[in-house]
Design a protein around this ligand. Sequence first.
Ligand code: EPS
Length: 390
Amino acid sequence: MLRFSTAGESHGEALMAWISGLPAGLPIDFAFMDRELWRRQQGYGRGGRMKIERDSAHFIAGVRAGQTIGSPIALRLENRDWKNWQQAMSVTDPPGDAARPVASPRPGHADLAGAIKFHLPEARYVLERASARETAARVALGALAKMLLRELDIEVLGHVIAVGGARLPESTPVTWEGLRALAAKDEVLLGALDPTAEAAMKAEVDRALRTGDSVGGIFEIRARGLPPGLGSYINWDERLDAELVRAMVSIQAVKAAEIGGGVWAATAFGSEVQDPIHYDPGPHRFQRPSNHAGGLEGGMTNGEEVVVRGYLKPISTLRRPLASVAFAGREPVKAAYERSDVCVVPAAAVVGEAMTALTLARAVLAKCGGDSLYELRRNYQAYWRQVREF
Ligand code: EPS
């Protein structure tokens, strides 16, 4: 069973990531992992922090001579900004004058509920772990999942559909060539497939920058090469669509997720929504002329491309803060402000890819098992043979 978790505070010494259940013998592409981490740091509208950090993962356990050995993998990602926070975030010493308290909770952030829940005097403690800095560790783990999926010819990539009110036209073709070219870019603006739409998205970020506001958006993740039958309708907690939606909404600031044409489907007729089934004796025997289901029917993959969308609310730290209440004294004040991003939709898309890859890798391993890559590949190929013979 593939299990993973992360640890680390935004301005603490480092982020840690842990994953168990990857088969032995998986070659590690170190350059690819660093490239994925770099991709997450890009995008127009990031704050000053991204000028400080250069994320790179350092393996501590689970890898020998460039390959997994079947034991848990542990990774460490340095927080370069820590040097500016050593006193404030010291593990041993009280922070004294360097405490940098978050004195009033920011609406939309974890600050207030977190402080109440953990019985804390202010929200610094909450911010540090609730921060999306944590997603760097998830992207490192997602890179490992992508390496595993790549061995099975499964590919996962994403792109940005909307930033604020600027949206990719429905008619924009979404091809794998296009998605690969987007992921290979050395300069990332907003991660959209269409330059005109991307310019309109940039104008939305500029508007938020001008007015001290923030802006959200929508990203889409696609996965190709999956066999039908991953996930299951047998039990509620084995439904892969539910796992994917959970994975998306677990990303900081993502407030909704959608499989295929999910939101539109709720207002359309059944005859428009369901994807008809055709049969052809060739290699692609069961065919679907459309994919409104986003590759998932009955909680299982159906062999079509998996399409998942994440909807981000605008970042909750605002340069022009909203009304709040001081933790000390409870008097009305403006919400706390500290350096923040204005738009993180392209970064969230990279995190969405990572979470999708981890979720799909777990589903593949649940279906086909295998303690080694050799055994997994054998089981996986045998299942594909069974699918083709059906
Ligand atoms: C974040 C606030 C900003 C972001 C941070 C997430 O950090 P800081 O407060 O240090 O300026 O840059 O994101 C990252 C550091 C990152 O690596 O994505 C927040 O409060 O969520």
